[in-house]
Design a protein around this ligand. Sequence first.
Ligand code: SF4
Length: 342
Amino acid sequence: MTRPSHLLDLDLPGLEAYFASLGERPFHARQVMRWVYKRGATGFDAMTDLSAGLRERLAREASLAVPRVAAEHESRDGTRKLLLELGDGKRVETVLIPDAGRITQCVSTQVGCAMGCAFCRTGTQGYERNLTAGEIVGQVVLGQRRAGARITNVVFMGMGEPLHNRDNVVRAVRILGSDHGLNITRRRLTVSTSGLVDEMRRLPADVLPALAVSLNATTDAVRDRLMPVNRRWPIAELLGALKDLPLPPRARYTIEYVLLGGVNDTPDDARRLVRLLSDVRCKVNLIAYNPHPDSPFRAPDPAAVEAFQAHLLAKNFTAILRKSRGEDILAACGQLKADTAN
Ligand code: SF4
């Protein structure tokens, strides 16, 4: 028996082609997307503007499955971490972060991760497989159902290096951002990379404004130690690529910088960061590191964090200190790992 086609995997042109392949009219693609993404339908039965025959056929041959929630943990601050089981039993995590009328969802793009960043809990798990676009979109469809409200922001910063799974991530961004999909404003979709320069160069222009680079160091010696990817693409090459890419006017990249106590949080680092980013169109997100139980690193001193941010602000950078959310359930940055222990 052939596997059912997973319709969350398809953007509008893909879904139109799917209906054409069934010998059906392409406009059914818009109808199905409206039911799934606007009206929250979970099955084909509800789709009353499709003929009974087509609904039955879709029920046999297609799927709208979203990942199954295997466990859920809610933090004191309202952050919810969901452990999800995919169709093949593999597990990933997603995190829902409510904040002042917005809900940000952090999604996973791979089972595990091959990048081996020294500060990251996911990195200790190793790589298993890429998620499909439908599994990524399905996390947000599910997140919206669990939250009972619209997801306003999606960050591709859960398990995995998104650009190792570039094609599926690009398709997921387009489905999430499309009028026919979840219609999430493009500037509220953020795709984070550890710095895979060749994949960055292959990103289509419409996805570039979503790009966030996880920099985390101001010298190659330190970045080599924290992020093995730096040995392949050192800082100058990484930032040089950002400057060369055709970023649309007025758009800015995001630079993520996790402050690790005593490692990359000194006044010299702040000065070097300003020099490195002087001609990169970007805003900077600073994240104070949350140590996890097996981590060799420690949280930065609050005074060091404050001074670091103050230096960037004094040099006219947009530098936002990201509040760490869900620390008590290990849902904060670099803490995701598909287990149920937390
Ligand atoms: S920080 Fe991101 S890229 Fe690095 S190991 Fe963790 S999940 Fe992978």
